[in-house]
Design a protein around this ligand. Structure first.
Ligand code: NAP
Length: 289
């Protein structure tokens, strides 16, 4: 029974649909024999302020949260403190609620993406990057690629709404040097045929009948195609890229690393590799892999 758990963690967003995060975090709690439960908090916008106010209550059972669309930027106003990376990216996907009920915000999407790039052996220094979509995920990815020492040579960013891409770059550009980023008017201007790394940061590809945004003829064997989508495990874009001989990756690795980093913020310490493996296996099992 849910009420039997003393401590709760969870995911705030709307709508939440099917999330793999509970599987990953509850597997870790179980393996560590921690009496805690990770659950979903699907909150409509008008419920958000009250929810965050209640987190301050000394009897609240909630000690950690993840945040997803559409609230990653909105929740910053409710926090007592944020990690320096959040000051730059201006988006939070992880919140720690400490014993004094202070809310501390982190972004683990950005280092999670980098950790996975490193795992698959992609070196971004001096590379040409093309990104589809300028939402929350692209915000974290563009920011972190601009912040690292091994910066790409160029980042081209396309969104169906160019104004949104321009606003994103203007916003993060207040704290981050975005001189390598160019927002483009059309998908053709992404120069995908010249890209070393193509990232799909749109939700297009999640539904079975979704079109592939990219012309197959532009994909080539000298590129990494990274689709942030992990369900399905192989989108049409990834299938086409694989057939063209490109290196491919779905978003499961990023989900895993951001989850591990979030868990470590809540735990206040690094977790053992065997627990990390259990988290990854839970994700893979959840996807039927
Ligand atoms: P988001 O904030 O909704 O951003 C998606 C952006 O793509 C929006 O600006 C959207 O525009 C734009 N877009 C939609 N259709 C497009 C098209 N045909 N051409 C160009 N741009 C288009 O979502 P998000 O949070 O960034 O997430 C994006 C995807 O990444 C989702 O599939 C999500 O599940 C995935 N994700 C994965 C991870 C992971 O750990 N693997 C983490 C975060 C997100 P409109 O708003 O006008 O539709």
């Amino acid at each position: 029974m849910e009420e039997d758990y003393k401590t709760q963690y969870g995911l705030v967003g709307y709508p939440l649909g099917h999330s793999l995060s509970p599987l990953m975090h509850n597997a870790a709690f179980e393996a560590l024999e921690v009496d805690a439960l990770y659950k979903l908090f699907p909150l409509e916008e008008e419920e958000l302020e009250g929810f965050f106010k209640d987190l301050k209550d000394e009897f609240s059972p909630i000690f950690g949260l993840n945040v997803t669309v559409p609230y990653k930027e909105k929740v910053v106003q409710y926090l007592d403190n944020v990690d320096p990376l959040v000051d730059k990216i201006k988006a939070v996907n992880t919140i720690l609620i400490n014993d004094e009920r202070k809310l501390i915000g982190y972004n683990t999407d950005a280092p999670g993406f980098l950790a996975h790039l490193s795992e698959i052996g992609f070196k971004s220094e001096d590379k040409n990057v093309a990104i589809l979509g300028a939402g929350g995920a692209a915000r974290a990815i563009v920011s972190v690629l601009c912040l690292i020492v091994e910066r790409p040579k160029t980042i081209k960013l396309y969104d169906i709404d160019k104004g949104k891409a321009d606003l994103l770059i203007k916003d993060i550009g207040e704290m981050i040097n975005v001189d390598i980023v160019e927002t483009v008017n059309s998908i053709d201007d992404l120069n995908i045929e010249l890209a070393d790394l193509l990232i799909n940061a749109t939700p297009i590809g999640m539904k079975e009948d979704d079109p592939c945004l990219v012309d197959e003829g532009l994909l080539h064997s000298d590129m990494l195609v990274y689709d942030l989508i992990y369900n399905p495990a192989e989108t049409e874009l990834l299938r086409m890229a694989r057939e063209k001989g490109a290196q491919v990756s779905n978003g499961l690795g990023m989900l895993y690393y951001q989850g591990v980093l979030a868990f470590q913020h809540w735990a206040g310490q690094e977790i053992d590799q065997n627990i990390k493996n259990i988290m990854r296996e839970a994700l893979e099992k959840g996807l039927g892999l």
